[in-house]
Write a protein that binds this ligand. Structure first.
Ligand code: S5P
Length: 260
């Protein structure tokens, strides 16, 4: 059972360098909280990260929702990542043929490959999407989280699709950080990371299909390693104190889990 091993042990088993680094950051900072900074201005994102950077292991961006994107924003984001020791996941959910995804990853306004430590990818188009990303590294460390399940109500992913997604991922051990998924049984490999979104203390759903579980449930029953929280923190009255609340409850349940 991969979920009973402590993160520092799992770091030793990781085959992707970003996954290894993320496991080690979690163990060092004692946090498995990933903040989804779903805000639309650069200053609101940077201000929030100044306040909560010390509490998170990973910051998840949707770079294409930012209204005043600039190269300077990336410089500042990277310097916060260095100062607070967190990694950056661009949640682009690539889902096209390999050639197009390679262009989307390397080119355009955002040049994601230049600054994101890892990205999210759909398995829907088939293996070519992983081949393309594997060939787009330019020697820089990078990682992929493959979508094996989704949190939203009525999503079209079937158990077969999930199983085939895991098989596909296992062919690319050097590229693979882990899976975006909801269940412990989805994969077994202790060197891969289960990134689980759809977590909130206050609500069980939003009005647009999102479904929430509690931090305790995702840590103790559903096998989450890194837990993604967006609006639970971002839309709180005090995001700073709420980030601490999530960090503490997640870590408490992690300790409970690894101590048996
Ligand atoms: O299945 C998924 C996969 C992802 S990456 N369900 C999700 O909600 N996400 C992302 O996690 C979503 O795009 C959003 O950025 C975040 C959840 O945000 P929240 O505000 O609902 O916590």
């Amino acid at each position: 059972d991969r979920t009973l091993l402590p993160y520092e042990k799992r770091a030793e088993l990781a085959t992707n360098s970003i996954a290894k680094e993320l496991f080690n950051i979690m163990a060092t900072k004692k946090t498995n909280l990933c903040l989804s900074v779903d805000l639309t201005t650069t200053t609101s994102i940077l201000d929030l990260l100044e306040k909560v950077g010390e509490h998170v292991c990973l910051v998840k961006t949707h770079i294409d929702i930012i209204e005043d994107f600039s190269a300077d924003f990336i410089t500042r984001l990277k310097s916060l990542a260095k100062r607070f020791n967190f990694l950056i996941l661009e949640d682009r959910k690539y889902a096209d043929i390999g050639n197009t995804v390679s262009l989307q990853y390397l080119k355009g306004l955002y040049k994601v490959a230049e600054w994101a430590d890892c990205v999210t990818v759909h398995s829907l188009p088939g293996e070519g999407i992983l081949k393309a990303l594997n060939n787009s590294t330019n020697g820089v460390s990078q990682g992929v989280f493959l979508l094996a399940e989704m949190s939203s109500e009525g999503n079209l992913i079937t158990p077969d699709y999930t199983e085939e997604t895991v098989k596909m991922a296992l062919k690319y051990p050097n590229l693979m950080c882990g899976f975006v998924c909801q269940n412990k049984s989805t994969f077994k490999e202790p060197g891969l990371i289960q990134l689980t979104p759809g977590v909130q203390l206050e609500s069980t759903k939003d009005g647009l299909g999102q479904v929430y579980n509690t931090p305790e449930k995702v840590m103790l029953e559903k096998g989450a390693d890194v837990v993604v929280v967006g609006r639970g923190i971002v839309a709180a009255k005090s995001p700073e104190s709420q980030a601490l609340v999530y960090k503490d409850v997640l870590w408490k349940n992690y300790l409970k889990r690894v101590s048996g």
